[in-house]
Design a binder for this molecule. Structure first.
Ligand SMILES: [Ca+2]
Ligand SMILES: [Ca+2]
Ligand SMILES: [Ca+2]
Ligand SMILES: [Ca+2]
Length: 99
């Protein structure tokens, strides 16, 4: 039997289901390695998406949340800027009319 077809029989094959027989030499066979091309014997996967931290573009679960619309505080700033602009405009107009 040679499950991965690499020419090495399953009995002698250190990684019977990995054709490259642990290409990154971290001791984890490629078929179960969460980063087959990066050496990561600890197999750390912080966000649990199946990709090891060393080959995960976004290993931190907190940075995966996208913010397409302005947050509440941003809307507050926009509203504040608008109100300040209107108030400033009114103050200038009042000053002109009293002068
Ligand atoms: Ca084999
Ligand atoms: Ca490996
Ligand atoms: Ca690896
Ligand atoms: Ca991950």
């Amino acid at each position: 039997m040679d499950a991965d077809g690499d020419g090495i029989g399953d009995v002698c094959d250190s990684c019977a289901n990995d054709q490259d027989n642990d290409a990154d030499v971290d001791g984890i066979c490629g078929d179960i390695d969460n980063c087959p091309d990066d050496s990561n014997p600890e197999q750390t996967d912080s966000d649990g998406d199946g990709l090891g931290d060393v080959c995960d573009d976004e290993p931190d679960p907190e940075v995966v949340i996208p913010t397409p619309i302005p947050t509440l505080s941003e809307w507050g700033l926009i509203a504040m800027a608008g109100i300040l602009g209107i108030v400033g405009f009114m103050v200038i107009r009042r000053k002109k009319s009293t002068a």
